[in-house]
Design a protein around this ligand. Structure first.
Ligand code: PMP
Length: 352
């Protein structure tokens, strides 16, 4: 085989490692999926879909979906950007707004995709340490920067940050875009959406993957000032105009209109989360006061790595990272009450 120096010019990156998607049947509490199906209105769309329509390209503006999201959040359609899951939306936001020589700031313990996007787009970044109890110290975000992003509630800690603290950070940073990743906000934190009319540099990103049970459909969205959304669309339309399939657009629009189903599903998960906190405490676990659909827990005596491996043996998958500061923690997605009871029974055996 001939060899040349072409590899010197390859964009080399260390990719993000998604949670495992096992082929066999397991109790799957490792990727924060919703244990309940999407709204029955989504099923109706799928049942009635006419495949002939697939000949045509989709609406590049995803108008039905954008309009439905705008209506749900009482904003203008020109304030809504949609993408293929919030991963796609965050990626476009990194490319659009984090375009300076100054470092982008995010917590040291957070969604482990942020440093990967920064890396692939060659964006400098600095990770700011969370406090000992895994909270954001706003003082860390009052220095020169090329942008700020963090989730609320944070992942994988589940900790909520107050709206006043978020506003404090946004107010201190009029020269950069501040992104709040609200993937888990519906499970108990306060959204920063109420601030978008006040700060044109504040972008809020949410997803259909968690509270709306549609991780497999891949729908995420950003809401912010018309200016921010226009800049994101300019970048998106410079890469791929047709990101959302017609079916995705229709299913998403129906799902977001079904408020009653959404409220009920979220309540079931929050109730199971609070029940699970009691059970985990009885088993000797310590954890943050999660406001998300997962619990970030460590055991008083048994190392997390051992519990993780023992659970896997029993075909119960949770998430574990062998990383500084969190290597003795497990992130456990809140499943159905039945799944959680199976988890607790397994933990009881492992810990005895
Ligand atoms: N943000 C955070 C904090 C997440 O945990 C996830 C899920 N892995 C995402 C964004 C992306 O989710 P999705 O692309 O499914 O919307």
């Amino acid at each position: 085989m001939s060899t040349g120096s072409w590899e010197n010019n390859v964009r080399k990156v260390v990719p993000y490692t998604p949670g495992e998607q096992p082929k066999e049947k397991v109790i799957k509490l490792n990727t924060n999926e919703n244990p309940y199906p999407p709204s029955p209105k989504v099923k109706r769309i799928l049942d009635e879909y006419n495949c002939d329509k697939m000949r045509l390209y989709p609406d590049p503006d995803a108008t039905v979906l954008v309009d439905a999201i705008a209506e749900r959040y009482n904003v203008k359609p020109s304030q809504v950007f949609v993408g293929v899951g919030s991963d796609d939306v965050i990626s476009v936001a990194f490319l659009t707004f984090f375009n300076s020589e100054k470092p982008v700031l995010f917590p040291d313990i957070t969604y482990s995709f942020y440093d990967v996007w920064a890396d692939v787009y060659r964006i400098p970044f600095v990770q700011k340490p969370l406090t000992a109890d895994f909270k954001i110290d706003p003082a860390n975000y009052k220095c020169e920067n090329g942008g700020i992003i963090f989730p609320n509630p944070n992942a994988p800690t589940g900790c909520e940050e107050s709206l006043s603290m978020i506003e404090d950070i946004v107010k201190a940073n009029p020269d950069s875009v501040v992104i709040i990743d609200e993937a888990y906000v519906d499970f108990g934190a306060e959204s920063a959406l109420s601030l978008i009319d006040k700060y044109e540099n504040l972008l809020v990103i949410q997803t259909f993957s968690k509270s709306r049970s549609m991780a497999g459909m891949r729908i995420g969205y950003a809401i912010g000032s018309e200016k921010l959304i226009k800049y994101m669309n300019d970048v998106k339309f410079s890469i791929n105009s047709y990101t959302m399939t017609p079916l995705t657009q229709l299913c998403g629009a129906e799902a977001i209109k079904d408020e009653e189903y959404f409220v009920n599903t979220v309540k079931k998960i929050v109730d199971t989360r609070e029940y699970s906190k009691k059970k985990l405490a009885e088993l000797g676990f310590e954890f943050t006061d999660s406001k998300s659909n997962f619990i970030f827990a460590s055991h008083k005596s048994k190392p997390a790595s051992e519990i993780f491996a023992a659970l896997k043996e029993k075909k119960i998958f949770v998430r574990y990272w062998n990383k500084p500061r969190i290597s003795n923690h497990l992130r456990i997605t809140v499943g159905t009450p039945e799944e959680m009871d199976e988890l607790f029974a397994a933990l009881k055996e492992i810990l005895k």
